[in-house]
Design a binder for this molecule. Structure first.
Ligand code: NAD
Length: 417
């Protein structure tokens, strides 16, 4: 097997994990070339008029990686580090993720390179509408469907849906993760965190571990991190540390997550939560806990800190949080990693339910959404675990092998290769 390099870009890292299973899956060279590349990549210029009348030139991206199994699907993030290379990596991950949880989508991702904290609400709205206008020629209900990601949310999706609707008529299914009042699905907001906890529960059950005896550290307290924390604490897990962009906090007795959510909502950060102690944010990743859950940025577990990770399990709620070199070091150290394409697939699974409900003009109650989510997540987990046990490989290798096989089969059946 090839050795990973230290300085891999995000797309090279995802390609490394893909390449690692190509032989096992029996990909011929032509199929390998098709699945390794992206189908379409666009960069659009967004001339944003600021509230003070000046115009700032921003750039946005949409990458469609592979559509063999269905319309392209993936979120849009607003972040200063969002660039074509990162978006390309995240688009590829979406292809493998949708295949793994067996929802009929391909993979895509989008982003705007911007510091969203520098924008007023009206500037965000103008930027979002401009971006949707620029990419509207390549998206569509049966072509490419967007969703929230870092620093985007239900309100962002509402503006996108409205901007698209002005061009082609009312089209709720053009985005998922919308407000429920506009056709969003009940349960979508919590879905990624719920899926994370479902997978964690299955893993603990397999390994005969009691939730009440497990300590968790969670990096990131946005949509995914906060819902993971809430639902895990409801299941009895003890959350001893969390962080966000403002800093990190810890409490060995366990944080009161319900009150922490209210504190973070009111103050804008988890820091200074009564009853907690401040923690160096970098130390959160190397705390002596049972389970570490990165739920913020990519590339946070690297060669420089992997040897200090003390958690027995890592559940990748964030996309691409572990570099290939760190992945290898952690595997050698016996750490079990649940890969992003399994751990955080709950979001796109409920996005699929939302899209389905919009097309049928029918809505499901929340218990149906959560039951169906559980069915997809548990089935995917079981397949990944069984394949890993049978082949003697780790969970990432297993997840990629299953996903790549499905996409290759679809590509062959359609006659792509
Ligand atoms: P979000 O914008 O709601 O939250 C991001 C959180 O990360 C915030 O709490 C922010 O303060 C924190 N953060 C940012 N920089 C940080 C840093 N340097 N250190 C610690 N914390 C930091 O975003 P989200 O939707 O929760 O996405 C988080 C991750 O989950 C991303 O990797 C995203 O791709 C992935 N993901 C999201 C979804 C979804 O449905 N939203 C689905 C699958 C995967």
């Amino acid at each position: 097997m090839a050795e990973p390099r230290d300085d891999m870009t995000p797309f090279e890292a995802v390609t490394f994990f893909f390449d690692a299973v190509a032989d096992q899956v029996g990909l011929d060279d032509q199929t390998h070339a098709v699945l390794a590349g992206t189908y379409r990549e666009i960069r659009v210029q967004i001339a944003l008029r600021r509230d003070n009348g000046s115009v700032e030139t921003l750039y946005g991206y949409r990458v469609q990686h592979n559509g063999a199994r269905g319309p392209y699907k993936g979120g849009v993030r607003y972040h200063p580090h969002a660039d074509l290379e990162e978006v390309r990596a995240l688009a590829a991950l979406m292809t493998w993720k949708t295949a793994l949880v067996d929802v009929p989508f391909g993979g895509a991702k989008g982003g705007i390179s911007v510091d969203p904290t520098s924008l007023s609400m009206t500037e965000r709205e103008r930027m979002t509408r401009r971006f949707m206008g620029q990419v509207s020629y390549i998206v569509g209900v049966n072509r490419d469907i967007m969703a929230p990601d870092m620093n985007t949310n239900a309100q962002t999706m509402a503006w996108m849906m409205d901007a698209y609707g002005q061009r082609v008529g009312h089209t709720p299914a053009i985005v998922t993760g919308k407000p429920v009042a506009l056709g969003g699905s009940l349960g979508r907001e919590a879905a990624t965190g719920r899926g994370v906890v479902m997978v964690l529960d299955e893993l603990m059950r397999d390994d005969n571990r009691q939730p009440s005896e497990q300590t968790l550290a969670i990096q990131g307290f946005g949509n995914v991190g906060s819902w993971t924390a809430r639902l895990a604490s409801e299941q009895g897990y003890r959350i001893v540390a969390v962080s966000d962009v403002g800093g990190a906090i810890t409490s060995s007795a366990g944080l009161d997550i319900e009150h922490l959510v209210a504190h973070a909502r009111e103050s804008g950060s988890v820091v200074d939560f009564p009853g907690s102690e401040p923690l160096d944010p970098d130390e959160l990743l190397t705390l002596d806990v049972d389970v570490l859950i990165p739920a913020a940025l990519g590339e946070v577990i690297t060669k420089s800190n992997a040897d200090r990770v003390r958690a027995r399990y890592i559940i990748e709620a964030a996309n691409n949080p572990t570099t290939p070199v760190a992945d290898r070091m952690l595997a050698d150290a016996g750490v079990t990693i649940v890969p992003d394409i399994l751990a955080n697939a709950g979001g796109v699974t409920v996005s699929y339910f939302e899209w389905t409900q919009n097309i049928q003009q029918f809505s499901w109650d929340e218990s149906r959404v959560n039951d169906e989510l559980g069915r997809h997540m548990r089935s995917a987990y079981r397949q990944v675990r069984d394949y890993a046990d049978a082949q003697g490989c780790d969970l990432r290798h297993s997840a990629f092998a299953i996903a790549v096989q499905r996409v290759a089969d679809a590509a062959h059946l359609r006659g792509y290769v």
